[in-house]
Ligand binder design. Structure first.
Ligand code: NDP
Length: 288
């Protein structure tokens, strides 16, 4: 038996289409397009690619894109002054500072400086607190994209056993919070977890966000489990996930491929978060 492949690329394209339509309606209602500002410091090639594709996707969805490229030797005060300026700019609904920042900069201080109501990446501690408390805020794009794929595949998640592997602030922790809010029973595993295969073997849902190529083995899985592979690992021969796809596809009920699974969801959800920010700031209701 071979698992169904969860087509994140197709799901993300549909989401971007819906966001595009709603962005057109927003521009008419508000008299201005929704706007996303992206800040890139330095010339890290991978970051430059991400920033370019975020800008393109923003414009394609009918929103305004404001790109700010600063030299690698930019100091903390200059970067924070730019964030202050974007916080105050009425045309900017969402602010994203592309990580990682050059080493001499304090990324936590920069993220803290972003107005939480423009924090469309959902990295500000105020938004982490809102998520943990069940209050409306912004949720990091990658785990929110994973939740959308899971709901699409499984419908109601209530009562399901979920194992999230990885406890980063960007993926693992918010993923566990989202699944908990959807009434799954969640185990959050990490490098100190004992008997990880034992935990994974009980799970109806496995989300792998570890950063280790082909780490989760098919033999660990409960037959029929839904597997979401967040990992992006560059190895000889291309990109692989955190799940050993070849063995997992034989046991899982459904699985996201890498590439083409979770990856395309991240930018689509970023556009969605920006649209939500624009509606909240303008006081225009949004049907979701
Ligand atoms: P981090 O490095 O911040 O976190 C990795 C987590 O995995 C940590 O919590 C760590 O545990 C845990 N871990 C490491 N080794 C083991 C192990 N042997 N057993 C169990 N847990 C372990 O990574 P991120 O969360 O930022 O990213 C995870 C992966 O997702 C990466 O491959 C990254 O490239 C990818 N990613 C993909 C995105 C997308 O758009 N698709 C977006 C963001 C990330 P501990 O805390 O104990 O150290």
């Amino acid at each position: 038996m071979s698992a169904d492949i969860i087509d994140g690329k197709a799901f993300a394209a549909k989401l971007r289409g819906r966001v595009g339509e709603a962005a057109g309606a927003f521009a008419e209602a508000a008299g201005r397009p929704a706007g996303l500002a992206v800040v890139l410091v330095g010339e890290d090639p991978a970051s430059a690619v991400y920033v370019r594709s975020k800008g393109k996707a923003t414009v394609a969805a009918g929103m305004a894109s404001f790109e700010h490229r600063l030299p690698a030797d930019t100091d903390q005060a200059t970067l924070e002054a730019l964030v202050d300026q974007l916080n105050a700019d009425p045309a900017v609904d969402g602010i994203l500072v592309q990580l990682p920042l050059p080493r001499h900069l304090d990324a936590d201080a920069v993220l803290l400086r972003i107005d939480p109501d423009k924090d469309v990446d959902g990295f500000h501690p105020v938004n982490a607190g809102r998520l943990a408390s069940g209050l409306p805020g912004f949720v990091p794009c990658t785990p929110l994209g994973c939740l959308m794929l899971l709901r699409d595949r499984l419908g109601d998640l209530s009562g399901l056993e979920a194992v999230v592997i990885g406890r980063s602030n960007i993926v693992g922790k918010p993923m566990a919070a989202l699944l908990t809010a959807d009434s799954a029973t969640v185990t959050l595993a990490h490098s100190r977890t004992r008997d990880l295969p034992g935990h994974v073997g009980r799970a109806d849902i496995v989300v792998a966000a570890v950063g280790r190529p082909n780490f989760v083995r098919g033999e660990w899985l409960k037959p029929g489990a839904t597997v979401i592979d967040v990992g992006i690992n560059r190895v000889e021969g291309g990109l692989v996930g955190d799940v050993d796809f070849a063995s997992a596809v034989e046991v899982a009920g459904a699985i996201t491929p890498v590439p083409g699974g979770v990856g395309p969801m991240t930018i689509a959800v970023l556009l969605r978060n920006t649209l939500v920010a624009a509606h909240r700031r303008a006081g225009v209701p949004l049907d979701e």
